[in-house]
Design a protein around this ligand. Structure first.
Ligand SMILES: Cc1cc2nc3c(=O)[nH]c(=O)nc-3n(C[C@H](O)[C@H](O)[C@H](O)COP(=O)(O)OP(=O)(O)OC[C@H]3O[C@@H](n4cnc5c(N)ncnc54)[C@H](O)[C@@H]3O)c2cc1C
Length: 476
């Protein structure tokens, strides 16, 4: 065994010792619930076994909420975007950001990295290679023994009295599960899928893909490619296409020049992460409207990677007006003229549209959105921001009309759609710890309040004497 293996084993036994000191997992205290015909009921169903779903699970265990299951549609070890649809070489986040540590220094990326490769290597490390981040998440899942059930997809959610009925698919079979609450830790495309601008809607799928799709880049060898957009995923997809042997890539951007800032980088401080939810609606709206409005620059490393490949051409001020297929080529028309290619990749980001998210179909019209709550002054109007869910402090969906759909309070979003209400507490690495703590505290409170009469009865009935009666002598 080499020194590094010893160190990793030492770290793992330190973590187990830390858990022991913290009595982790705490004993379950939540009252067991049963379905109408006695069927088992979960306290929490977590959907998504990525970073956010795992952090939520750790928080629940720490607080003694043990009757939960995690359902994940991807294969084991392939949760989240990192080794599937992500195409950057390294993460954008600085390496020292702490991520889902849940209060334990030994669970940080830094602790894991240094155990595996040592302090000097840590000093020399630039940004975190994305495959390495996935390896860290796999280790996190293993050392925390997070019971993820892979290859299970949530299809739908329906109210069932005081419970929710969830519909799942696993391979060729479908099954249902009752739960008291659901946590949707479902990632970025979780509130309406990907954004497909109207100009491209008529293109057959054989000639177009979204960066969120599984793209066969080897098939682009020797081909011309058009990439729409200039954000990180567009730039990294362009670079991946050229590295796979594409002949030429043209990037079409609406913007007149390359966005150079990532405004949200300046929001990684405790006040913002902890306090954003409590700010008034207009302030929250202004932060997000300004941040999204400035666009988020692609990382410098991604741009340099693309530049080095030499065969990429960036066209500014070139919004696509029309896209058609002519003689097996995709032809995109912009105000500056037309360009043709063999294949088109949309780096157009994610949609926000509850009507397009299948699991919400039975109640989408009852969910309160920002547009139902707040009307911005004209100079900061933005219909897309208005379509974000207007969430409560527990990350729960709220009713558009009070009393119409009380079951919505049992549905907790812990994905990117929470950003307008809570900031990036369930969508980026720096906020996940604050988010998971807030979410689990909320769930714990809800379970206690909901069952408080039963807990009171237990309290009245409690009869476990501290003293046995033989500790003193009666003088009379
Ligand atoms: C390309 C890319 C690069 C990024 N780089 C950075 C970065 O450098 N720094 C940073 O801070 N953040 C970054 N992010 C943002 C963020 O950290 C990631 O999106 C991260 O994966 C978020 O974790 P998550 O658990 O919320 O979502 P995910 O990791 O996406 O996990 C969600 C999981 O839910 C599962 N799921 C979804 N729907 C269902 C369903 N119906 N049934 C069952 N399972 C379902 C998915 O399969 C997925 O595994 C990046 C995001 C992307 C897309």
């Amino acid at each position: 065994m080499d020194g590094f293996t010893d160190r990793l084993q030492q770290l793992e036994s330190d973590i187990i010792r830390d858990f022991d000191y913290l009595n982790y997992p705490a004993e379950n205290w939540v009252k067991a619930a049963k379905g109408p015909t006695g069927e088992p009921v979960l306290d929490v169903a977590i959907i998504g076994g990525g970073m956010c779903g795992m952090a939520a699970a750790v928080g629940l265990r720490r607080e003694g909420v043990l009757n939960f299951r995690i359902f994940e549609r991807q294969d084991k070890g392939f949760e989240g975007p990192w080794v599937t649809t992500a195409r950057m070489e390294t993460l954008r986040s600085p390496k020292h950001l702490t991520g889902p540590h849940m209060g334990l220094p030994n669970l940080t990326f830094q602790a894991w990295y240094q155990a595996k490769w040592g302090w000097e290597s840590w000093q020399a490390l630039g940004n975190i290679p994305r495959e390495m981040w996935m390896e860290y998440l796999r280790w996190y899942r293993k050392i925390l023994d997070i019971p993820t059930e892979n290859n299970v997809e949530l299809l739908g959610i329906e109210p069932a009295g005081d419970l929710l009925k969830l519909y799942f698919r696993q391979g060729n079979t479908e099954f249902q599960q009752l739960t008291r609450r659901i946590v949707l830790a479902t990632g970025r495309a979780a509130f309406g899928g990907t954004r497909l601008p109207a100009a491209f809607a008529g293109l057959p799928k054989s000639v177009r893909a979204h960066t969120e799709d599984d793209i066969d880049f080897t098939a682009l060898k020797g081909k011309k490619v058009i990439v729409i957009g200039g954000a990180a995923s567009a730039v990294d997809s362009a670079a991946t296409a050229l590295e796979a042997g594409a002949d030429e890539v043209n990037l079409l951007l609406r913007a007149a020049e390359m966005p150079r800032l990532n405004k949200f980088k300046s929001t990684v401080y405790s006040g913002f992460l902890q306090g954003f939810f409590s700010a008034d609606d207009e302030t929250r709206w202004r932060f997000l409207q300004h941040g999204f409005g400035c666009k988020v620059a692609a990382p410098r490393g991604s741009m340099l990677r693309l530049k080095a490949l030499k065969k990429a051409h960036i066209h500014f001020g070139s919004p696509a007006q029309e896209a058609t297929v002519q003689d097996n080529k995709v032809v995109v028309t912009t105000p500056k003229g037309s360009l043709s290619a063999d294949f088109l990749i949309l780096g157009t980001g994610y949609a926000i549209n509850i009507g397009d998210q299948p699991e919400f179909s039975s109640f989408a019209d009852k969910v309160k959105l920002w547009q139902d709550q707040y009307s911005p002054p004209e100079e900061i109007a933005d219909p897309e921001l208005g379509r974000f869910p207007y969430l409560g402090g527990n990350f729960e969906l709220l009713e558009k009309k009070p009393g119409e759909a009380p079951y919505l309070s049992r549905i907790h979003l812990f994905n990117a759609a929470t950003t307008m209400s809570h900031a990036a507490l369930s969508s980026d690495i720096p906020g996940v710890n604050v988010g998971a703590n807030r979410l689990t505290a909320a769930l714990v409170r809800s379970f206690f309040v909901e069952d408080s009469q039963k807990h009171l009865e237990d309290f009245y009935a409690y009869n476990d004497p501290e003293l046995l009666g033989d500790e003193w002598t009666n003088e009379d």
